[in-house]
Design a protein around this ligand. Structure first.
Ligand SMILES: [Zn+2]
Ligand SMILES: [Zn+2]
Length: 71
């Protein structure tokens, strides 16, 4: 387990994201769901984007719609 991190209050509405996600195109070997729309990341390779910071997985389209900043 990682060290505890002070979580910022969740009332940031996305007008000024404090931290941008560090997304990388990712090849998933097991079925993985998008953290934004909750749908499966489909395809054989490069199904989605994985954030190095908060470890979330999202569709490439969904990465544009994210309102939450990276933790
Ligand atoms: Zn999605
Ligand atoms: Zn992130």
């Amino acid at each position: 387990m990682s060290a505890p991190v002070d979580a910022p209050s969740d009332d940031v509405t996305g007008d000024s994201p404090e931290l941008k996600h560090s997304f990388l195109v990712h090849n998933y070997k097991i079925p993985t769901k998008c953290s934004h729309c909750r749908h499966l990341l489909v395809g054989f390779t490069k199904q989605g984007l994985h954030c190095k910071g908060c470890k979330m997985n999202v569709h490439q389209d969904c990465s544009d719609k994210l309102t939450k900043s990276c933790k």
